[in-house]
Design a protein around this ligand. Structure first.
Ligand SMILES: [Cu+2]
Length: 161
């Protein structure tokens, strides 16, 4: 019983700490959305990664690093505030052309307009291009060969008569 109450106390303390942490973070430019979205499975290779934040960002001081499953960097190292977003809440980074199918990790670090830094990461994957399903032709081909064989055999039998 003593052990259980100690464990409970530790849990409550831990929760209290966790609860305290995000408290002052509400004014920061937190991750809101992205393209590709976190966890997205794409059929077409994206040419850039765009991340939208909850608040305005500083002019500079941002990084976005995109790596493939083997850790190879595939972004162009040009992370910047998206000029198309007048509110200054989005970052973009260009990607290398013709990305190969893989799972990509986007690791970002931003500087909010209040000077506070935040970081995070998410993944998206690019699916293998759908190949021609040659094996779908196997059953009809087998059937065709069987029909031909049966036909040849019955013709031979006729000839024998
Ligand atoms: Cu802040």
């Amino acid at each position: 019983m003593a052990k259980l109450s100690t464990l409970t106390a530790v849990c409550v303390l831990f929760l209290a700490v966790i609860w305290q942490l995000p408290g002052p973070a509400f004014a920061h430019a937190e991750f809101a959305a992205s393209f590709p979205a976190a966890g997205a499975q794409l059929d077409l290779a994206p040419t850039e990664v765009l991340i939208l934040f909850s608040d305005a960002l500083a002019e500079g001081g941002h990084t976005i690093i995109v790596t493939d499953a083997s850790g190879q960097r595939v972004d162009s190292g040009d992370a910047r505030r998206d000029p198309r977003d007048a509110a200054g809440r989005s970052l973009i980074v260009s990607l290398q052309a013709n990305l190969a199918p893989s799972t990509y990790t986007v690791t970002w670090r931003n500087t909010g307009s209040d000077g506070h830094l935040l970081d995070g990461s998410f993944q998206f994957s690019l699916r293998r291009e759908t190949r021609f399903a040659w094996w779908l032709w196997v059953p009809p081909l087998v059937l065709l060969v069987l029909i031909l064989l049966v036909g040849m055999r019955s013709r031979n039998e006729k000839g024998a008569c």
